[in-house]
Ligand binder design. Structure first.
Ligand code: NAP
Ligand code: GFB
Length: 328
């Protein structure tokens, strides 16, 4: 369903220069595909990779802002990973993401960027909470132990946004995606998120005629958003969402599935006929983090999310087609 056309460019006559940090990652590539499909007039889009600038370094970050002079920034760059990578590297997740976020947001202020939309995650919400979780609850208690490094760095973005808005009037805001999957994901066996990890494991199990080992009990619940859908919503947010407070970008609550169900969808997508085994010696992580998308639905009541099973099949097909070049 086509999203509303963008309002006329805020700066009459001048083109918007939209710079995407983390532009070579899964979400960045999905946004690049979306912009190629939209071919928006009056907007120039730039997709940064780490080769353009290591955004942990203020000098390199200033240089890339100087080079492109963005009027709008979609800030995706981050150290990212699934539950098991978060369990191993909490100090790195905290420091790397704090460094990146400080450099990018301060440069958005220094270069008078008209608007910056950063990325949080539904996994940063308090672990002990009521459900569904909404945008007002981010700071109401400690996050789940498994990823507190990443979670506190991401929560700080919301604090930074409010501080720059109050002191300098900056239009800095954030979106809060739920678990994302799709093309161009990281399919490593250990450090990836659950869907890409299971796709890779299931591909190997089919090839080697061995069981598919699903980590944990399979009971935890998750809401999964297809990167293609998230891209549409993030481009819309950059153009149309002007509140400083964050906006959850998630499928509806009734789309929540168990890890077991998603493993079965992956097996179907790969046409794997073997056995699923559950290794409960491995962590389940957070049991659930059911998020409400009611605020999003107020803006886009008719937005249609992709069917999860079909989107997993599309991701499996891409994985097989691109097996030699992808991150695994
Ligand atoms: P991704 O595929 O790992 O991409 C991360 C991007 O950040 C890559 O382009 C990476 O560049 C870049 N990057 C990392 N460190 C950098 C640095 N020091 N300097 C410059 N660039 C750097 O991650 P993703 O899944 O697209 O996630 C995008 C955003 O969504 C992140 O902010 C993440 O926190 C958020 N998010 C993701 C999920 C999810 O389930 N995936 C859920 C909620 C929120 P290289 O590839 O060159 O290293
Ligand atoms: O996507 P995931 O790694 O992260 O999912 P979270 C972990 C859940 O899937 C746990 C189960 O219940 C795991 O036991 N699981 C089963 C697997 N098999 C696998 C597998 O092969 N790989 C993985 N990775 N999990 C993350 C946060 O939480 O959510 C990150 O730690 C990030 O910071 C991400 O925000 C969106 O959903 O548990």
């Amino acid at each position: 369903m086509a999203l509303p056309l963008p309002k006329r460019a805020r700066v009459e006559g001048d083109r918007k220069v939209c710079m995407v940090t983390g532009g070579t990652g899964m979400v960045g590539k999905a946004i690049e595909h979306e912009i190629k499909a939209q071919r928006p007039e009056g907007e120039k889009w730039i997709f940064l990779s780490r080769k353009d600038a290591d955004l942990r370094d203020m000098g390199a970050t200033r240089a890339v802002f100087e080079k492109y002079r963005p009027t709008h920034v979609l800030h995706l760059a981050a150290m990212v990973g699934g539950l098991f990578k978060n369990l191993k590297y909490k100090a790195d997740f905290l420091r790397e993401n704090m460094l990146i976020n400080d450099c990018v947001l301060h440069c958005c202020y220094e270069f008078q960027v008209q608007k910056c939309v950063s990325c949080l995650s539904t996994c940063i919400f308090p672990d002990k909470t009521t459900y569904p979780i909404d945008e007002t609850m981010i700071h109401d208690g400690p996050p789940h132990e498994s990823n507190f490094g990443y979670a506190y760095a991401k929560r700080l973005i919301d604090i930074q946004n409010r501080a720059y808005h109050e002191q300098y009037g900056c239009c800095f805001t954030s979106v809060i995606p739920t678990n994302v999957f799709g093309l161009y994901d990281n399919f490593e066996l250990e450090d990836s998120h659950v869907i890409p990890g299971l796709i890779h494991k299931c591909y190997n199990a089919k090839r080697d005629d061995t069981p598919l080992t699903v980590w944990g009990s399979g009971r935890p619940l998750r809401q999964f958003i297809f990167a293609e859908d998230l891209a549409k919503l993030m481009v819309w947010a950059l153009r149309e969402y002007d509140e400083i407070s964050p906006l959850i970008l998630s499928v509806d609550e009734d789309q929540e599935v168990s890890i077991r169900e998603v493993a079965e969808m992956v097996a179907k997508g790969i046409e794997f006929k073997g056995k699923l085994e559950f290794d409960s010696s491995k962590s389940d992580g957070q049991f659930k983090k059911t998020a409400s998308n009611a605020k999003l639905r107020k803006f886009l009541p008719k937005f249609q999310f992709s069917n999860l099973e079909k989107a997993i099949e599309e991701t499996v097909d891409w994985f097989i087609l691109n097996y030699d070049e992808l991150r695994r």
